[in-house]
Design a protein around this ligand. Structure first.
Ligand code: PGA
Length: 235
């Protein structure tokens, strides 16, 4: 069993999300092997009631309801029965300037409500160039304050330098980092993300210590995402 997750980021409208997810759910009906997640933009959230996939939120504020302009909270997610969330994606850390403290606050809040949490970590190019030890201590810092014994936690290792570049990390880079992270994380599922495409899916999913993938750009077109799912079947 592998976890295959699609992160739409700031792509797709409500209408195109509905079409995408409905078709995807139908196409998955024979495929019980993998656990599939889709994270549409919050304006395109759909009731999490599909047979073969789970809908999650890319982001929410750690509050039930209240005054946080521009954000959504727990009540807005509960309206759609959403109980899965991405936390700590590098685009939120880098572009929105989300601190480790707010990631921890979000983690603790949504953990308290029993959410499945895909928590993202990943180093930038400079840290990677400083060697494996620098990478590992940076990743460690992004796990600080996160309860790694939480049973609904999934970690996604997404090196920033591989995100949206079309060039994924090499299999040996992934294996090196995953094997070290696995020592710390034990049984927690560990995903890889960063330029996963149909033609590298099989290789990446075959690496020991890779329990699944978090896919951005190559998942935005249904045909491409279906190929990724197809190629993940034998892994
Ligand atoms: P990418 O994005 O597949 O476009 O590299 C991955 C991610 O940011 O989750």
């Amino acid at each position: 069993m592998k976890i295959i997750a699609s992160n739409f980021k700031t792509n797709h409208t409500r209408k195109s999300t509905q079409e995408f997810i409905t078709k995807l759910d139908e196409s998955l009906s024979q495929d019980s092997n993998n656990r599939v997640f889709v994270f549409p933009p919050n304006t395109a959230l759909l009731e999490d009631s599909f047979k073969n996939l789970t809908i999650g939120s890319q982001n929410a504020y750690p509050i039930e309801s209240g005054s946080v302009t521009g954000e959504i909270g727990l009540n807005q997610l509960q309206e759609f029965n959403i109980n899965t969330i991405l936390i700590g994606h590098s685009e939120r850390r880098e572009i929105i300037k989300e601190s480790q403290e707010i990631c921890i606050e979000k983690f603790n809040f949504f953990k308290q409500y029993g959410f499945t949490i895909i928590y993202c970590i990943g180093e930038n190019l400079k840290t990677k160039q400083n060697g494996l030890d620098s990478t590992l201590s940076f990743l460690e810092s992004e796990l600080l304050g996160i309860d790694i014994n939480y049973d609904k936690l999934i970690i996604a290792y997404e090196p920033i330098w591989a995100i949206g570049t079309g060039v994924s990390a090499t299999c040996s880079d992934i294996e090196n980092v995953h094997s070290k992270l696995k020592q710390k994380l034990g049984k927690i599922p560990l995903l890889y993300g960063g330029s996963v495409k149909p033609d590298n899916t099989k290789d990446i999913l075959s690496i020991s210590g890779v329990d699944g993938i978090l896919v951005g750009s190559a998942s935005w077109e249904l045909g491409s995402f279906c190929k990724i799912l197809e190629n993940s079947k034998e892994c």
